[in-house]
Design a binder for this molecule. Structure first.
Ligand SMILES: NC(=O)c1ccc[n+]([C@@H]2O[C@H](COP(=O)([O-])OP(=O)(O)OC[C@H]3O[C@@H](n4cnc5c(N)ncnc54)[C@H](O)[C@@H]3O)[C@@H](O)[C@H]2O)c1
Length: 308
């Protein structure tokens, strides 16, 4: 096997399939490890036909199977997780997958001498930010079992770096959107909600003044940051992956009205809402990964509407 071989855990999911596609373009051989609870099995099986992808249908909670699947692979991308929606309803399962499962992945990587682990963390580790843009060294305040699990995943990587010299990068993804996303996606469900209304000719309804904002980043940019992280010279740190721009819900509604091309005005539903805002400090991603987001929100959303 060439030395460009990578195990993509959670590789059949929304972000994973975009990552695998860019890895193929970049000449990598790929093993997808996914239990298919949210994965697209058909798409994964199609990728096998390239001759450079194979699929292991297993669970990261099974430490033996993760160790066996990782043997012979020099690089690991870990994207598997239980979703934020489910973590509040069932914290035990969330910790089992996101903490114990992640420990299985990271300890196996350390034991097998993997050259780099790239881990999907989340901007939600910051909690409600005290200032914008959000910097990697800001205080972390994870609020749900999912967010606690993500922060713990970063800590587990740090532990195996100190203990065994494991090289890692944790990417704190901001609000990812794009083709292939499930309609139940937590932070970005507002996109789907607005688009469905607009396609029926109905106006988007906004709670409050629509000032709450997100840093929407297109999934192809996220995938590029993941691939760059495999070979970045500087490692062993968390890195934000966002555009650096906060887009308010009111602005999003305008963008989607234009993208769908209907003649409606957003309806504001006056009530008190908690105005949370998000924007990534993107300096570290640029310096360490050479990464700058390339898809602006207007063109990314327009592309999404056209392809959905
Ligand atoms: N989508 C976002 O906006 C966003 C934001 C921040 C962080 N993230 C993180 O990025 C990663 C990928 O997110 P996504 O949106 O592609 O999610 P996704 O649910 O589409 O993909 C996750 C994949 O992991 C697999 N999986 C889940 N539990 C597993 C287990 N126990 N064993 C093996 N495989 C398992 C699923 O089948 C799925 O294919 C996740 O870790 C997520 O927490 C996503």
């Amino acid at each position: 096997m060439s030395d460009k071989n990578v195990l993509v855990i959670g590789g059949a999911g929304f972000i994973g399939l975009h990552v695998v596609s860019q890895l193929l373009d970049d000449g990598w051989n790929i093993r997808i490890f996914d239990n298919m609870v949210r994965g697209d099995r058909d798409r994964a099986n199609e990728l096998v036909k390239t001759g450079r992808v194979d699929v292991v249908d297993q669970d990261i909670r099974n430490g033996v199977s993760i160790m066996e699947a990782m043997r012979g692979y020099d690089y690991v991308i870990h994207l598997a997780a239980d979703s934020i929606n489910k973590s509040v309803a069932d914290p035990a399962t969330s910790f089992d997958i996101n903490v114990v499962g992640t420990h299985n992945v990271v300890s196996a990587a350390a034991a097998l001498g993997v050259k780099r682990v790239v881990y999907a963390s989340s901007a939600s580790v910051y909690g409600d930010p005290e200032k914008l843009p959000m910097h990697e060294d800001d205080r972390l305040n994870p609020l749900t079992p999912y967010c606690i699990g993500k922060r713990t995943g970063e800590d587990i990587l740090g532990y195996y770096q100190r203990r065994s010299g494991l090289s890692w990068i944790a990417l704190r993804f901001f609000n990812v959107y794009g083709e292939g996303q499930k309609t139940t996606a937590y932070y970005t469900s507002v996109i789907n909600h607005f688009v469905n209304r607009l396609k029926n000719g109905d106006a988007p309804v906004i709670d409050g003044e629509g000032k709450q904002s997100m840093d929407f980043i297109h999934v192809t940019d996220i995938a590029r940051a993941v691939v760059l992280s495999l070979t970045a010279e500087e490692a062993d740190q968390a890195i934000n992956v966002g555009t650096g721009i906060d887009t308010s819900v009111a602005e999003l509604a305008r963008i989607l009205i234009d993208a769908v091309g209907v003649d409606v005005e957003p309806v504001f539903n006056p009530r008190d809402v908690l105005v949370s805002r998000r924007a990534a400090d993107v300096e570290r991603a640029q310096r360490v990964l050479g990464f700058v987001a390339s898809v602006d929100v207007r063109s990314g959303m327009t592309r999404l509407v056209q392809n959905s």
